[in-house]
Structures are given as structure tokens and as C-alpha cells.
Design a protein around this ligand. Structure first.
Ligand SMILES: [Zn+2]
Ligand SMILES: [Zn+2]
Length: 434
């Protein structure tokens, strides 16, 4: 990430700002005040994954007001808006809607004070720390703009407001609820994500953009006993320590060193007292890689190493570790041909373009590229920070807060909305233009 930011600073300093496309800019400007208001409303009213009741209603109302035919409650709180504007391609635009269980520390006047009960019945603070509030604002801004200029394009626009991106369930739930059977099947699908970069900037990446990820739980089972007599038991804590070390050799010795991959044991719990060898230890892992085949191999290797280490340590057959893959998200692969086409259009109309590196985080937009019959998908990035914010952070040898940080928050809301609506509508006019 560090390398990216140095390049960003350089780019921002060296490349002059090109004017926004004059066709759209006056309409974007006209809408700016109400979109900033919408953004602030969404930011201060975040909802957790699977709880996006009010947010989805807001999206439905806004799409309806803009002139779309709206259907609610697809795959949970999913919303679909369709506008048929004559013969032409079908293009889907997707926004996500959910927020995170994080206590906001931005100090913004419209910061979230919302608390909610999560799926484990725990009361948590809620914050739009991944910028999905900005995605929704740009989504509505784009919908309004395309409707106002509907004499300049032909085809069908399918606006999809998707719930539960953060827990990787929303896209799949909408697909399973007939998103591509009940509504026009797209020829192309587009999305965007905020990035911690200058607000005039749009980033793109051909091919792999976000990594695939697998969430794995392992219960390491042992035979409990007295801490003074380990030979009379099977110690799952010592076995867990061996496993964790062995998992890292999967990366260093079993994967191509040119291909980045990560295995992180993010949580480990076991034992109640210093002199008791417990019956079990619970571990939670995240496994990440880009090619889906490599991710699949890594998941299988983790299972093999967990079992193999238990066998090598003399654990009985009925005390083998229990391996559960909780959820898997494939990698986001931006269709190269479609990316090149959109970037060509961006070059005429977007102030600053940045060719980004791959990102090891995941995005459940990934699921749409596996829908049959297949259609090309592209997600691109938009910046959220004023240039001064970057310079200030640089002076301190750091960078502005990134997503999922309690201090993450666009400090240039107006420009970010303008950049986002301009970029998304530029891409849409390229695909739908007469
Ligand atoms: Zn996120
Ligand atoms: Zn996100």
C-alpha cells in the first residue's frame, strides 16, 4: 500500500487536472447539494449487514423518484431499479449498502452515533467505515443523471442496491433470489469502491483487482488432563502452536513465490487455567490469494497440514481437528477488454487516472462474474481525500486512514461525489451511448 501512495503523490503533483466533461458537469453540479445531504444522512444512519431495512427503503424511494421501476426485498433487503430506454445493451450498476460494527472516531459533525444488536445478540456501535454510504450516493447521483440525459443513450439500465457485502453474503443471496431471472440479464456489470487516495482520482486495474478469500474455523481437539502430567493427555495447545508454524510453510514452500498469498490465524482461544490441559482449542483463519485455483489449493493444504500435524503428534483418530470453511469469496477479476474500453472513455472525461495494484482485501462483487450466461464485470476506485490531507499525513510519515479504520471518512465529500458520478456515468455513456 505504501508504494501505491508514493506513486499517487507523484501523479497528483505532476499531472495537470483536466476539466470534467462539460456535458455532465453542470447536471452533477446542480445535484451536488442534495447528494451531499443524502451522503450525510446515509453516513449518520448506518446499518449492519442483513439489517439494511431503512437504507434499502431510502434507495428504493430515490430510484423510484428518479423514474426507475423498483422491486424491493430481493435476497434480503436488496433493491432493483430497472429503466428500459429502447433497444440496446443491458448494463447493471451495483452499490453495496451495509456498514460495520465499528465505533466511529472521525469527529465529523455528522458522525454516526448508531448502536445496533449484531447476529450474536451483542450491542455494537455501527459505522460506514468502508464507504458504502458514498457508493450509494454516487449510485443515486448516476441514476438521476442518466435519467435526465435519457435522450443521449439507448438500452436498459439495471440499478442494484445490494445488502450484506461485508459478510460476503449479499451478492449470492440476490443471485439465488432470482436477480438474473426476474430482471433483464446484463451484458455488462459495473461497480466502484472508495479508496484512500485524492478525491479527484479514479483508479483502475485490468484483471485481478481484489483477492479471493476463505474464512476457515479449526477446532483442535485433544485429551484434557493435569498440567503436571502432560504425558497422560494430548495437548491441543502445543499441537495448535505446531500447526500455526506449519501453515506458514504452505506459503513459503508450496506456493509460487511470484504469486502473493496470505494465511493468517487471526484468533485462537483455548484453556481456562495454567495447570489444566484443555480438551480443545479454537482457531479462526483467513486465507487469501488471487487465482481461485490457488485459493482452493491453499484451503486444502491448510486442512491437510492440520490433520497431518495431529497425526504426527500421535493424536488418536477420533481426536482429529475439525475443519470448517465458513465462507468463501472468489477474487474480483476485471474483464480486461471491458476495462480497456472504460479506461479509454475515462481518459477523455476523468481528471486523474491511476493504474492501481492488486488489493488483498475481498469484495463480493466477485460473485457476479460466475453467473451464467456470463457477462464481463469491472469495478474501479474513487478517491476521498483532499490533497492537503495527504501532504499533512506525509509530513508525519504516515497516510490518511484507510477503510475499516474508525477514523476513515472522506474529507472531500463534494469532490468525491462529483468524481464518482462523473466516472460511473462516463462508463455508462460509453456502453449505452447511441
Ligand atoms: Zn469493507
Ligand atoms: Zn467495501
Amino acid at each position: 500500500m505504501r508504494k501505491i501512495f508514493f506513486c499517487l503523490i507523484l501523479l497528483v503533483t505532476l499531472i495537470p487536472v483536466i476539466a470534467f466533461g462539460s456535458d455532465h458537469s453542470s447536471l452533477i453540479k446542480k445535484n451536488s447539494k442534495s447528494l451531499v445531504k443524502l451522503y450525510k444522512y446515509l453516513h449518520s444512519h448506518p446499518e449492519l449487514s442483513r439489517q439494511e431495512k431503512k437504507t434499502s427503503k431510502k434507495m428504493a424511494v430515490e430510484l423510484e423518484k428518479a423514474g426507475f421501476e423498483v422491486t424491493e426485498n430481493i435476497g434480503g433487503y436488496g433493491v432493483v431499479g430497472v429503466y428500459k430506454n429502447g433497444d440496446g445493451p443491458v448494463v447493471m450498476v451495483r452499490t453495496d449498502m451495509d456498514a460495520l460494527p465499528i465505533k466511529e472516531e472521525t469527529g465529523l459533525p455528522y458522525a454516526s452515533k448508531v448502536k445496533a444488536v449484531d447476529e450474536k445478540d451483542k450491542k455494537v456501535s455501527v459505522m460506514h467505515a468502508c464507504g458504502h454510504d458514498m457508493h450509494m450516493t454516487v449510485f443515486i447521483g448516476t441514476a438521476r443523471l442518466l435519467m435526465k440525459l435519457n435522450n443521449q443513450w439507448k438500452g436498459t439500465l439495471v440499478m442494484v442496491a445490494q445488502p450484506s457485502e461485508e459478510n460476503i453474503g449479499g451478492a449470492k443471496a440476490m443471485i439465488e433470489d432470482g436477480l438474473f431471472k426476474r430482471f433483464p440479464h446484463p451484458d455488462y456489470a459495473l461497480a466502484l469502491h472508495v479508496m484512500p487516495m485524492p478525491s479527484v482520482m479514479v483508479s483502475y486495474k485490468e484483471g485481478y483487482m481484489f483477492a479471493g478469500s476463505s474464512s476457515v474455523d479449526i477446532t483442535v481437539r485433544g485429551i484434557g488432563g493435569h498440567g503436571a502430567y502432560p504425558h497422560g493427555s494430548k495437548d491441543p495447545i502445543v499441537l495448535s502452536a505446531s500447526m500455526i508454524e506449519a501453515f506458514q510453510t504452505i506459503i513459503s514452500r508450496e506456493t509460487d513465490s511470484k504469486e502473493p498469498a496470505v494465511i493468517t490465524v487471526g484468533s485462537i482461544h483455548g484453556g481456562t487455567a495454567r495447570n489444566i490441559i484443555p480438551e480443545e482449542v479454537k482457531m479462526a483463519l483467513t486465507i487469501r490469494a488471487y487465482p481461485d485455483k490457488l485459493l482452493d489449493t491453499l484451503v486444502k493444504s491448510v486442512k491437510r497440514v492440520a490433520e497431518g500435524t495431529a497425526i504426527a503428534s500421535g493424536f488418536p483418530k477420533d481426536r482429529m481437528p475439525v475443519f470448517t470453511e465458513v465462507v468463501r469469496c472468489p477474487s474480483v477479476y476485471n474483464d480486461p477488454k471491458l476495462t480497456r474500453r472504460i479506461v479509454k472513455a475515462f481518459k477523455k472525461n476523468v481528471p486523474q487516472l491511476f493504474k492501481s495494484d492488486r488489493i488483498i482485501a475481498s469484495e463480493d462483487f466477485a460473485h457476479y462474474r460466475f453467473v451464467e450466461p456470463k457477462f464481463p464485470t469491472v469495478i474501479f476506485g474513487i478517491g476521498v481525500y483532499k490533497m492537503e490531507t495527504f501532504v499533512e499525513a506525509q509530513k508525519k510519515g504516515t497516510f490518511p486512514p484507510a477503510m475499516h479504520n474508525p477514523k476513515f471518512g472522506p474529507d472531500d465529500v463534494k469532490t468525491t461525489i462529483k468524481t464518482g458520478v462523473n466516472a460511473m456515468s462516463t462508463a455508462l455513456f460509453e456502453l449505452l451511448g447511441k
